[in-house]
Design a protein around this ligand. Structure first.
Ligand SMILES: NC(=O)C[C@H](N)C(=O)O
Length: 321
């Protein structure tokens, strides 16, 4: 491994999980135990939470964000690794990319097989992540996920498989780099986008449309929320009554962002009769190929930051491509 002092912040997940007597698999291992399996030198460990990432809340994101920023602020630290459950890792990676200045590499990793498995992927993923955290060139990528030998952008990455070792992908784009025989290869750049203050995001409704989802349903689900993200069909289309619902929400001061329930590709206002053009006419913002789960974090953080609607719109544009 190359040189450089790395802070490893542990948060639980399958990489730190073991089967318990009752059969439940739970995140239990202390941070030092994860490191023992890879004989890494020049690494400090800091435990944050010890949870499956499915149990995270926006407050957990904030706690991790603070831990990352204080680790980055230490002169002795050259890069940061966060061990994390895979279920919501893409959301934490994106949240960190919204709030973390690009000073040093920030890398998230985890495992699909728990630590009791004879060939668990955790140790390899962790040593790859440390390697990337020691690569100054990775700084400009912002927070990334390193998994199964590949490096993914925090904006693009998605968990694509519930059980395969290749748990992550960046549909439509592919990885930004890979690790091979102890070397880090980067093939793409990540553009600079506006940063937001480190805060717990506000709650935003994330509504995935299914055939027949109508405007009334949308209003019922959205009731009480400060913001709404729709995972609409294809290019960003919906039943015509959904456009009326969007008009109502926007008129009441509730921002609405349109994303797609497709795995890859951007939304765009193209169709009429309830299509994206109608949603746009009613005031919805289109988020390109940003995933709905990430648009939810972005909108929640913008609402927490108290930005004007114009500033929010500009930031959605910046993150939509
Ligand atoms: N593979 C994993 O890490 C999944 C795990 N259940 C989690 O904490 O998200």
């Amino acid at each position: 491994m190359g040189l450089g002092h790395v802070a490893v912040i542990t948060t639980g997940g399958t990489i730190a999980a073991l089967p318990q007597d009752d059969g439940d698999v739970k995140a239990v291992l202390p941070g030092q135990e994860l490191l023992k399996k890879i004989r890494a030198s020049d690494v400090e460990v800091q435990e944050s939470v010890t949870l499956g990432s499915y149990a995270f809340t926006f407050d957990t994101l904030y706690v991790i964000g603070k831990a990352v920023q204080s680790a980055l602020a230490k002169d002795a630290v050259d890069g940061v690794v966060i061990t994390h459950g895979t279920d919501t890792m893409e959301e934490t990676a994106f949240y960190l990319s919204l709030v973390t200045p690009k000073q040093k590499p920030v890398v998230l990793t985890g495992a699909q097989f728990d630590a009791s498995h004879p060939s668990s992927d955790g140790p390899k993923n962790l040593s790859d992540a440390i390697l990337v955290a020691r690569s100054p060139a990775a700084t400009s990528l912002g927070p990334v996920i390193v998994f199964a030998g590949f490096i993914y952008s925090g904006r693009e990455v998605k968990k694509i498989d519930t059980s395969a070792l290749q748990a992550f992908g960046a549909p439509g784009w592919g990885p930004v780099g890979r690790i091979d025989r102890g070397q880090v290869f980067l093939v793409r750049e990540e553009r600079d986008r506006p940063l937001l203050p480190l805060l717990p995001p506000h709650r935003v409704a994330l509504i995935r449309l299914g055939l027949g989802t109508d405007g009334e349903e949308i209003l019922r689900i959205a009731s009480g929320y400060e913001g709404v993200v729709l995972q609409a069909y294809g290019r960003g289309n919906a039943h015509p009554t959904v456009a009326q619902a969007v008009g109502r929400l926007v008129g009441d001061g509730v921002p609405v962002i349109v994303t797609s329930r497709c795995n890859a590709g951007a939304v765009a206002p193209i169709y009429g009769d309830g299509g994206g053009r109608d949603l746009e006419r009613k005031g919805a913002w289109f988020a390109g190929d940003l995933a709905g789960e990430k648009a939810r974090i972005l909108l929640g953080l913008m609402l927490a930051s108290g930005l004007s609607r114009e500033e929010m719109y500009r930031i959605v544009q910046a993150y939509s491509q």
